[in-house]
Design a protein around this ligand. Structure first.
Ligand code: RB5
Length: 141
């Protein structure tokens, strides 16, 4: 199950990401928001991050205007490794190297075509399990 959340700035892109993930056969749990009405991104960033930290969802995706507020919020939750990505190389590398469990994106910084490619890179790439990456992640914890 993939947890997803956005604020008003990311709402439209979130709907496209949900549709894409469902078409690919993924289960998706939407933690809000539910419209383009102005709202506070930490509410939704925290809800998604906690669902991932508790193991209710394996991965999370968070979208706001820039992705920055969401990534700052999600990384406050212990056990969450949130990565703000605006390219496919980073989305792939952060799974392989950092075992990132939350992907953050900015709806005002990237287009929907690239965003869906980034989502695919993120969900399709496994953690490398390389000893040096395991060690570095445990140092973060
Ligand atoms: C909302 O205007 C905007 O601040 C938010 O979507 C996000 O970009 C915060 O980091």
């Amino acid at each position: 199950m993939i947890a997803i959340g956005s604020d008003h700035g990311g709402y439209g892109l979130k709907l496209e990401v949900i549709k894409h993930l469902k078409e690919r056969g993924f289960g998706v749990k939407d933690f809000g928001c539910d419209s383009e009405e102005s709202c506070d991104y930490p509410v939704y960033g925290k809800a998604v991050a906690e669902a991932v930290a508790k193991g209710e969802c394996e991965l999370g995706i968070l979208i706001c205007g820039t992705g920055i507020g969401m990534s700052i919020t999600a990384n406050k939750v212990k056990g969450v490794r949130a990565a703000l990505c605006s390219d496919c190389f980073s989305a792939k590398a952060t799974k392989e190297h950092n075992n990132a469990n939350v992907l953050c994106m900015g709806a005002r910084t990237i287009g929907p075509g690239l965003a869906l490619m980034i989502v695919d890179c993120f969900v399709d790439t496994p953690f490398s399990n390389d000893e040096r990456h395991v060690r570095r992640i445990s140092m973060i914890e």
